[in-house]
Design a protein around this ligand. Structure first.
Ligand code: FAD
Length: 270
């Protein structure tokens, strides 16, 4: 665990989709699937990103959105960046013998390490990966290497099934019994996944996002009901989600204003 920012060298930058890049860092970090690090660009900001590789070198996979990620996308291999972590609880695979993973958009990033971990443990896993288009479908081939059971949905039908991840998920829950459904992606999607899991009485663990500053449980920016996403999350289980009315409905902006979850997701720093 690195509590104060340390300097890492960007070793390799990979263009994963037109809007998403992976940054492999020459910096050792041990992490569980779903844990995140805080990346620091001096003079710009410090932001949370889930680790998509861990060990002797670590990596993050980033979607270009606003000020920080645009600045990150201007960096080249060999450039330096600040990093601290890992933070958060991560996904729990204990007592899971049969799993289903649901990922949407850049949500496939936090899911990759989990899929590889479940494969390592020999746990039978079905994966549903949703994207807007074929071009924006993240890690399809890397996920295909971890399971024989990969379902891809695209909003425009440009790759495999046209539609949302909830359609193949409902079909799977109808005919198979899973010990856990793991999910990451837009919160509106995760809310639907949660509702389906409740309907079919299947436990789930969902990776949530709230505005983070300290990542150490002090500042309270990432509050979600009685939880702090940085400390108690970012992965929450069915019981926690059932008792959290903010899940799928509202979140705090950087300024602390409580807004509908759609507005939080679409907010951009000016
Ligand atoms: C635990 C966690 C893990 C994450 N993992 C990834 C990942 O693996 N890949 C990825 O592309 N993105 C990830 N994110 C989201 C990422 O932190 C934001 O996209 C990034 O901070 C945007 O900054 P920006 O300046 O480019 O855009 P801005 O214009 O500042 O914001 C764009 C969007 O990002 C959200 N955001 C901005 N700052 C923060 C912040 N400090 N904390 C949380 N959300 C913020 C805003 O609500 C807004 O919806 C994660 C967020 C959290 C909380």
């Amino acid at each position: 665990m690195t509590e104060t920012p340390e300097t890492a060298t960007i070793k390799k930058i990979s263009q994963e989709t037109p809007s998403i890049r992976s940054f492999r860092l020459d910096f050792p970090m041990q992490a569980k699937p779903g844990q995140f690090a805080m990346l620091w660009l001096p003079g710009i900001d410090e932001k949370p990103f889930t680790l998509t590789a861990e060990g002797k070198e670590c990596a993050v996979t980033v979607q270009e959105k606003g000020k920080f990620t645009k600045a990150l996308f201007k960096l080249k291999e060999g450039d330096k960046i600040g990093i601290r972590g890992p933070y958060g609880n991560g996904f729990s695979t204990s007592r899971v013998k049969k799993a289903c993973i649901v990922a949407g958009g850049c949500g496939a990033a936090p899911i990759l390490l989990l899929a590889e971990e479940l494969q390592k443990q020999g746990i039978k896993t079905a994966i549903i990966n949703g994207a807007r288009t074929e071009k924006e479908c993240l890690f399809a081939e890397r996920l295909r290497k971890t399971t024989h059971d990969l379902y891809i949905t695209t909003d425009d039908g440009s790759l495999e099934e046209q539609g949302f991840v909830t359609a193949p998920l409902q079909r799977l829950l109808e005919k198979e019994k899973f010990d856990c459904v793991f999910g990451c992606g837009p919160e509106a999607m995760l809310k639907k996944v949660f509702e389906l899991c409740e309907k079919y009485k299947v436990p789930c663990q969902l990776n949530l996002e709230r505005y983070m500053r300290c990542a150490t449980g002090i500042c309270g920016s990432c509050v979600l009901g009685k939880w702090l996403v940085c400390k108690d999350g970012p992965v929450f289980n069915s019981k926690q989600l059932r008792e959290t009315e903010e899940f799928g409905s509202k979140a705090l902006l950087k300024c602390g204003k409580d807004v509908p979850i759609k507005e939080f997701a679409e907010w951009r720093q000016q």
